[in-house]
Design a binder for this molecule. Structure first.
Ligand code: HEC
Length: 159
């Protein structure tokens, strides 16, 4: 790993640690607030899904690997990962909102933040792989990102 990559990774790690420690669950103050917070929370995950979709297809060989698309989407996924903590901090469990989020999110904050950090690191790793233009490294790194999505879903999302 060269010095620039190392320092970029260090910055990513430092940023995500700041985000992780700054977040404390806040109960929603009304039905309306809970509904809006749920909408924002799901928006982040929808954008993650939209950026991950083409990458999953590339990893499976359904479409050719395009390193520039991988790099663009990996940067977005990395940036979105840094927003998860803020957009999931409102605890909506006391209200009847349509959600697949498990209440554990607001009870096991450290664990949730660890799952967020895994996505931050895996997407940083995918940015590096995309820049290398090495197809097998890219596919492997896409798999690495996918694993962190699935890992958090197993822990914190209803099936
Ligand atoms: C730190 C935990 C965590 C990580 C990491 C994570 N997710 Fe999720 N995801 C959730 C939770 C919780 C929900 C349910 C949100 C809700 O319904 O309020 C969710 C919901 C979703 C949804 C459904 C959104 C909707 O309401 O339509 C999609 C799509 C999704 N995630 C894709 C992804 C992808 C792709 C990744 C990886 C790039 C990812 N997620 C990473 C926790 C996570």
């Amino acid at each position: 790993m060269n010095v620039l990559k190392k320092s970029l990774l260090a910055i990513t790690v430092a940023t995500s640690l700041v985000a992780a420690t700054a977040v404390v669950a806040q109960p929603a103050s009304s039905e309306k607030h809970a509904a809006y917070a749920t909408e924002l929370r799901q928006s982040i995950f929808k954008l993650l899904g939209s950026n991950m979709g083409p990458l999953g297809a590339m990893a499976k060989g359904k479409v050719p690997v395009d390193a520039s698309v991988v790099e663009k989407n990996a940067i977005r996924i990395n940036q979105l990962s840094l927003m998860i903590a803020d957009y999931t901090r409102t605890d909506t469990t006391k209200f009847d909102v349509k959600t697949e989020a498990l209440a554990k999110i607001w009870q096991e904050n450290d664990h949730f933040n660890k799952d967020i950090n895994k996505l931050t690191l895996a997407s940083a790793n995918l940015i590096t792989a995309a820049k290398s233009n090495d197809e097998s490294a890219i596919k492997k790194a896409i798999g690495g990102v996918g694993k962190t999505c699935g890992g958090c879903h197993n822990d914190f999302k209803k099936d």
